[in-house]
Design a protein around this ligand. Structure first.
Ligand SMILES: Nc1ncnc2c1ncn2[C@@H]1O[C@H](COP(=O)(O)OP(=O)(O)OP(=O)(O)O)[C@@H](O)[C@H]1O
Ligand SMILES: [Mg+2]
Length: 317
């Protein structure tokens, strides 16, 4: 199973993800917990040093903080090579400049996170995978990316098929194979989808993205938890994000209200805080009441390290 924790900045995604991973490992499941937030702090929460590769941090538990800069530069390098291969005639352009610009284009970060997820999903060593995500915006864009990309790829494939059809018609008319002449060399022009590297590339991409989309939209394989605090802003943000994800078919499993202030007696200085907390909880019930909801109390200290995380996990079960 893949467990994904998302929510507004600072609500406790990393804490809940780490706590859940520790309890899965304690129950004997081989578990990998991954920080998908480029500003990693999973290692701080687990209180262990982490790196780019999975590291065994306890019995049945592995953890990692991928280096996203590395993912991005590797992807851009591979992309340049592929573009050079497929579009040989583009050699006249300075592709390196193009790659430099691409690094700072919108979507590159989201794409890198998605690529990492695909890499992790292909690892066969773990029974459970827990994903700690960056704050809502980037995560929502990353989760929406497969669906948006599929729409684009299908459109591009359609256009490509039309172009190939036009080339075949031209060949029929002229009675000759189409070629591009570049000085002495002649490059034959593909007219069949099976011979066309661009069509094949699009087909392969569609297959890969459909695969990850299939996993993310399958409630039997992916369980998404939304973490909020008992405040109106985090509940509103969660509600909007859930609406967007529903549109692309990603189901939400449960709502975690973290840092709930439990007091046996309310001192007058905290009366307003408690009122606001109840107001936010009322809003969560109204807008997100259809989700299974768990409440995690505000602990007196930051839950760091395995023992403290086990305490948090008691409330997540
Ligand atoms: N139930 C809790 N009780 C007390 N402190 C908590 C609780 N949950 C989280 N915290 C503290 O709140 C802070 C934010 O938690 P955490 O890093 O898990 O949030 P996050 O949503 O992952 O943040 P970011 O958006 O920055 O990744 C940390 O200092 C953490 O120790
Ligand atoms: Mg975090």
């Amino acid at each position: 199973m893949i467990y994904l924790y998302m929510g507004k900045g600072g609500v406790g995604k990393t804490t809940c993800a780490a706590a859940h991973a520790v309890s899965l490992a304690d129950s004997g499941r081989k578990t990998l917990v991954v920080s998908l937030d480029p500003a990693h702090n999973l290692g701080d929460v687990l209180d262990v040093e982490l790196g780019d590769e999975p590291r065994k941090v306890a019995e049945n538990l592995w953890a990692m903080e991928p280096d996203f800069e590395k993912v991005i530069s590797k992807y851009l390098r591979e992309l340049t090579e592929r573009v050079k291969d497929v579009y040989g005639y583009l050699k006249i352009f300075n592709l390196d400049n193009y790659v430099d610009t691409l690094r700072y284009s919108p979507g590159v970060e989201e794409d890198a996170v998605l690529r990492k997820i695909m890499e992790i999903l292909k690892m066969k060593d773990y029974e459970e995978i827990v994903l700690d995500t960056p704050p809502t915006g980037l995560t929502v864009r990353m989760l929406v990316l497969p669906s948006v990309s599929l729409t684009w790829i299908e459109k591009l494939m359609e256009l490509r098929l039309r172009l190939l059809g036009a080339r075949r018609a031209l060949e029929k008319l002229s009675g000759e194979k189409l070629v591009i002449r570049r000085g002495e060399t002649e490059i034959s022009v593909p007219t069949d989808p099976e011979d066309d590297p661009i069509f094949k590339e699009l087909e392969a991409l569609r297959k890969e993205i459909s695969w990850v989309q299939g996993i993310l939209t399958d409630g039997g394989r992916t369980s998404v938890s939304m973490v909020v605090n008992p405040d109106v802003l985090s509940v509103r943000e969660a509600s909007r994000a859930i609406g967007v994800l529903r549109k692309v078919g990603i189901p939400m499993r449960r709502l975690i209200v973290n840092k709930y202030l439990r007091l046996s007696e309310t001192p007058s200085e905290l009366e307003e805080t408690v009122r606001e907390q109840e107001e936010a909880l009322g809003l969560a019930k109204k807008e997100l009441g259809f989700l299974e909801t768990v409440v995690v109390p505000l602990f007196p200290r930051e839950p760091r390290g395995f023992e403290a995380l086990r305490e948090v996990a008691r409330f997540l079960a």
